[in-house]
Write a protein that binds this ligand. Structure first.
Ligand code: BJ8
Length: 424
């Protein structure tokens, strides 16, 4: 097998810039994640998975492609991985979490769009995303306007499938979504040449449910008065969930859950008793983005729950395993994904109610709404969430930010003041 350096250079990346981004991310990871004291030993696998996500993992994907597997790039958790796996393809989340690539998108794109999109496109435009040359098909979805119009551009350059996500939670829209999921199945079958049979779908449904159950189990421990895992480490686990090979991930997660179980029994925690408990809700924090969690936890609080796509939205609700035929399985998959509470839905009462429920379940002292700049749906929905939390007697704050470090001092001051207020 080739070493990772020659593999990467075979992808015709801008290697000096790629190396600069790697070392930037490595330093951030060390500062924000590795520097925490008293971490669970099983986190070492997840650390390795983050730091090697653009080296060793790339080698594995190249090898799998040489054996005929196709790689499908995704940008949203509405893409049903069960179907991708059932066709023996590899799904990889390609959302960018680094600030370094943002200027490369701003040269071509309007500046006034969210950093997640700019970071993603900037990686592609600057030839620093090693996944881009390996992608056999991209899948975009009709969630926010910025994403929708981005797909117009990406689909001109490469094979691309658009999943139309209806945005009202009624029966008619649920039916339309089932049809969309069927069309996606057909596109994946066309790409791979593999039939998505009931047998393969059954296996992938069970595997994805196992992944979700393990993530749920891990998160249950965060409800304890002394959380045995930090919010930063729980976030890292979620980021790896979107990138790493599924079976290895589940096995390593199982080991982590076992360790967390014994830490809980021995009351081992990174936080002293009485630490302020924070629920973070809103936009996802994808790989490379540890900014908010790090500021909160280095300001003396603990993030105990994430209501986001790098949190509960990803692992809540199982796909019903009772369906027997491939068509019924597709319906069961579609129905599970249609219940994800993204802010692109209108009305979106389910999310508002759920944030309050989660805050109570996880005994959060305070809720921080995380809104990426120019993310209109989360920014506007924040008003209703603030109201609902106020009615429930739960203090909250809205943080609007991007991927840069510029506002770090200001955010820290605001968060520290909030924590002081909650303590008194
Ligand atoms: S299901 S949250 S992953 S769309 S932050 S790009 S919404 S402007 S990431 Fe998302 Fe799917 Fe929804 Fe989740 Fe647009 Fe907002 Fe940017 Fe966003």
């Amino acid at each position: 097998m080739q070493d990772s350096e020659s593999l990467l250079s075979s992808l015709r990346l801008n290697m000096p810039l790629f190396e600069e981004m790697q070392s930037f991310t490595g330093k951030k990871y060390e500062e924000m994640i590795l520097n925490q004291a008293n971490r669970p030993a099983s986190m070492s696998y997840f650390d390795h998975a983050v730091l090697e996500s653009e080296r060793a993992r790339i080698g594995e994907i190249i090898e799998a492609r040489e054996h005929g597997a196709k790689m499908i790039g995704t940008f949203c958790i509405y893409v049903p991985d069960e179907i991708v796996y059932a066709a023996s393809a590899i799904p990889v989340a390609l959302c960018g979490g680094t600030s370094l690539s943002v200027p490369y998108a701003e040269r071509k794109f309007p500046r006034d769009i969210c950093p997640l999109i700019k970071s993603t496109l900037g990686r592609a435009f600057s030839r620093t995303c090693p996944y881009a040359p390996l992608e056999d098909m991209g899948v975009g979805e009709t969630t926010c306007d910025a994403k929708k119009k981005t797909w117009d551009i990406l689909s001109q350059k490469s094979r691309f499938h658009i999943l139309e996500l209806p945005q009202k939670k009624n029966g008619r829209d649920a039916g339309l979504w089932r049809e969309e999921v069927r069309e996606f199945r057909d596109a994946v079958e066309n790409l791979t040449g593999n039939k998505v049979t009931s047998e393969k779908l059954g296996d992938s449904i069970r595997l994805m449910n196992r992944k979700r159950k393990l993530l749920l189990e891990l998160n249950e421990f965060r409800k304890l008065p002394l959380p045995p895992i930090s919010g930063r480490d729980a976030l890292v686990v979620m980021q790896v969930a979107l990138n790493d090979e599924r079976e290895r991930f589940c096995n390593r997660l199982e080991a982590l859950v076992n360790e967390i179980h014994s830490r809980a029994g021995n009351e081992i925690s990174q936080f002293p008793e009485g630490t302020v408990r924070v629920l973070v809700t809103g936009c996802p924090s994808v790989m490379g983005n540890w900014k908010l969690h790090s500021i909160i936890e280095t300001s003396g609080a603990a993030v105990v729950c994430d209501e986001s796509c790098t949190g509960t939205r990803y692992f809540e609700r199982m796909v019903d395993e009772n369906a027997k035929t491939a068509e019924d399985m597709i319906d069961a998959i579609a129905d599970r994904y249609f219940k994800i509470n993204c802010s692109c839905f209108t009305p979106n009462n389910e999310r508002i109610e759920h944030v309050v429920e989660l805050a109570k379940e996880y005994k959060a002292d305070v809720v921080i709404q995380y809104v990426l700049h120019y993310c209109h749906t989360y920014a506007i929905e924040a008003m209703r969430i603030t109201e609902a939390l106020k009615t429930a007697g739960i203090p909250s704050m809205v943080i609007e930010t991007d991927y840069s470090d510029e506002d770090e001092g200001q955010l820290r001051t605001r968060i520290e003041a909030l924590l002081e207020r909650v303590k008194n």
